[in-house]
Ligand binder design. Structure first.
Ligand code: GRF
Length: 228
């Protein structure tokens, strides 16, 4: 724990960083009880890095070398992460698959956001898949990371209605603003304050085993996460 007794958080990104932005905003507003130690990206051009730097948060880039084995990259990443001594590691659009060794090393500390109502649509292209299936609801999930991709225990899901004429891009944007940027800081706060914990592969929330993910209907929510 940090000197402020808040869990130390490291955020991993690869791209735009809109989830990171929501995490930083919550942190700056005192709505996220963490010590935000660092932001790490595998891409030097990730726009999220500039956002973090402007917010005064330390940033690191660790790019994969040509033909580097996944395990070798992950070992270098793990070393950098260890230097930050995090209690929690939030994957926020970190677009690399993590090796089993890496996941085991940080077991219980790794959290991810996935843009679907898991277990639906693991992997990429979730918005297109939801539209192609004719789903009336689409959503995002905050889950603990396990060795299988997008398959760890889910803590919180938020959903919106799919609108007639939605394109994958329109749906993705609404999901980001109304759901993702809202539920990620919220779930991280639950974990940071000990309301949500992982033990023996299941989640306990307020002392009770969570039988199903907590669900929030975000259809009517504004795009400004902290107004409600
Ligand atoms: C988000 O949709 C997130 O759910 C997914 O990747 C995207 C990252 O977007 N894992 P951003 O970098 O947070 O803007």
């Amino acid at each position: 724990m940090s000197e402020q007794q808040h869990p130390a958080l490291v955020v991993l990104i690869s791209g735009q960083g809109r989830n990171l932005e929501a995490i930083i905003n919550a942190y700056k507003r005192g709505r996220l009880s963490v010590d935000l130690r660092a932001v790490i990206s595998n891409r030097s051009t990730a726009p999220g890095l500039a956002y973090a730097r402007n917010a005064g948060i330390s940033t690191h880039v660790i790019a994969a070398r040509e033909n580097e084995q996944r395990e070798d990259y992950d070992a270098r990443l793990a070393e950098l992460i260890q230097e930050c001594s995090p209690d929690l590691i939030a994957l926020a659009g970190f677009m690399r698959i993590l090796s089993s060794g890496f996941v085991q090393q940080f077991s219980g500390k790794l959290i991810n956001i996935h843009p679907s109502l898991l277990p639906k649509y693991r992997g990429l292209d979730t918005h297109r898949k939801a539209l192609a299936a004719g789903d009336s609801k689409h959503g995002a999930s905050i889950h603990f990371v396990s060795e299988d991709l997008d398959a760890g225990p889910v803590l919180l899901q938020g959903s919106i209605d799919v609108a007639a004429g939605d394109t994958p891009e329109a749906l993705a944007q609404r999901l980001m603003q109304q759901v993702e940027q809202r539920i990620y800081p919220k779930a991280l706060e639950w974990i940071a304050t000990g309301r949500a914990t992982l033990s023996d592969g299941h989640i306990e929330f307020d002392g009770y085993i969570l039988e199903a993910p907590i669900h929030e209907d975000c259809s009517e929510k504004s795009a400004a996460p902290f107004l409600d």
